[in-house]
Design a protein around this ligand. Structure first.
Ligand SMILES: Cc1cc2nc3c(=O)[nH]c(=O)nc-3n(C[C@H](O)[C@H](O)[C@H](O)COP(=O)(O)OP(=O)(O)OC[C@H]3O[C@@H](n4cnc5c(N)ncnc54)[C@H](O)[C@@H]3O)c2cc1C
Length: 370
């Protein structure tokens, strides 16, 4: 099942359209207010140990090159080039259309429950592999978090709860508690840093009770926080993930009197894939670990740099690859070691853009003079 879409279509638009044709995106990042082109160009991911990144669902790409010519590329025509184009950070040209592989429409059944961090690590594989989609939201400084198991079920046309009461309850939860109150509390914590620990505990308590829901897939796979934030996320080889997480836990505990980490640390999963040379999941099953540093009312959390630096050091010790669209300080020297087809990617890129017209400051830093 495939469809061809304009590259700049939002995932949220697709999520409204596709069910009418009995179709669905197989995975979703935590927000759908982003475009198909943006998500495939950065190998954006959801969370399911059997599912790849958005790049792995691309079946053809229509690209406008520097000379203004448009051409369609597929894996069958030129495998090496296609594997460059499916995650290319805008460096080959302008993607105008994309053919995507889809899934038959499905709903999801969510089972969410409290799980201590130690129990999560002890039965790590059982957790991530016992449902179609799984993610763990870790509340640092509390020793606990929320395990979210999502299982595909046949679509049921579950009516949206639309009564005044249910809309009020959803406003209290979604806007009042998870946005306005939380933003205010984190704002106060900029003045009283130890408050972060209490906020993490309070919000874990609020959601500690087991929760069950069946809904359209995107409504349960999207779970983004409404507060703007900086984010750092690393793709860790799956067999390194438990030690990496244990090290991170130890660092947070040892420094908790001075360094406070905002909840949640998101722990997600993707399968190994070989369809994009620059996918962080290239040739390795992956556990994604993401730390956000919230910016209440746009104000920085002063400990962000320290936390991100330590987090990066730990992930680098475990051969982590950073998410292309999130913060990191790696340069071309690191990426050469991390991506076996790095040179091939750049040979191909140079054929499309010999004078580096598509290279902006960020790409200059990570691509160097390759
Ligand atoms: C609130 C939020 C939640 C997120 N959650 C997740 C998540 O759960 N999982 C995850 O993996 N990531 C996540 N991300 C990261 C996100 O998926 C990426 O930042 C993605 O690139 C955003 O898409 P965009 O449409 O904003 O693209 P942009 O930011 O506009 O572009 C991203 C890249 O794509 C390239 N690009 C865009 N359009 C084209 C085009 N037409 N042709 C060629 N190149 C193009 C750009 O050059 C750039 O390199 C999240 C981001 C936000 C803001």
């Amino acid at each position: 099942m495939e469809i061809e879409v304009e590259s700049e279509i939002l995932l949220s638009t697709l999520n409204e359209l596709l069910p009418k044709y009995g179709l669905a995106l197989p995975i979703q990042p935590s927000t759908s207010s982003i475009t198909v082109a943006g998500t495939i160009s950065t190998a954006s991911h959801g969370s399911g140990y059997q599912y790849g990144t958005m790049s792995s669902y691309v079946r053809s790409i229509r690209l406008m090159q520097l000379n203004g010519e448009e051409k369609e590329y597929t894996e069958e025509q030129d495998q090496e080039l296609f594997r460059c184009l499916t995650c290319s950070l805008g460096s080959f040209g302008v993607i105008t259309r994309v053919r995507l592989q889809l899934a038959p429409r499905f709903d999801l059944e969510l089972n969410r429950y409290y799980l201590t961090f130690n129990s999560f690590l002890e039965r790590f594989k059982t957790h991530y592999s016992s449902s179609d989609y799984f993610y763990y939201l870790w509340y640092p400084h509390t020793n606990g978090g929320l395990a979210n198991h999502l299982t595909r079920v046949l679509p049921r046309n579950v009516p949206l709860k639309n009564s005044i009461f249910s809309r009020f309850v959803s406003w209290v939860r979604g806007s009042l508690i998870e946005h306005y109150l939380l933003e205010f509390l984190f704002y106060v914590s900029l003045l009283i840093p130890r408050l972060v620990i209490h906020i993490n505990r309070l919000y874990l308590e609020l959601y500690r009770r087991p929760y069950h829901e069946i809904a359209r897939c995107d409504r349960l796979l999207n779970f983004d926080t409404p507060i703007i934030q900086y984010a750092m996320e690393w793709a860790i080889p799956l067999d390194e993930a438990v030690t990496c997480l244990a090290e991170l836990h130890q660092w947070i505990e040892e420094h908790s009197t001075r360094t406070r980490v905002h909840y949640p640390i998101e722990i997600r999963f993707s399968c190994s894939e070989n369809c994009s040379y620059l996918s962080p999941c290239f040739e390795r099953a992956t556990c994604w670990i993401s730390i956000g540093s919230l910016r209440p009312y746009g104000i920085y959390h002063s400990q962000r740099r320290l936390i991100f630096q330590e987090f990066q050091k730990i992930c680098q010790r475990h051969e982590g690859r950073p998410h292309w669209a999130k913060e990191h300080s790696l340069t071309v020297h690191n990426f050469r070691q991390l991506y076996p087809q790095w040179n091939l990617f750049h040979e191909k890129r140079k054929q499309f853009d010999p004078n580096d017209l598509f290279i902006n400051d960020y790409l200059q830093k990570i691509f160097g003079s390759t």
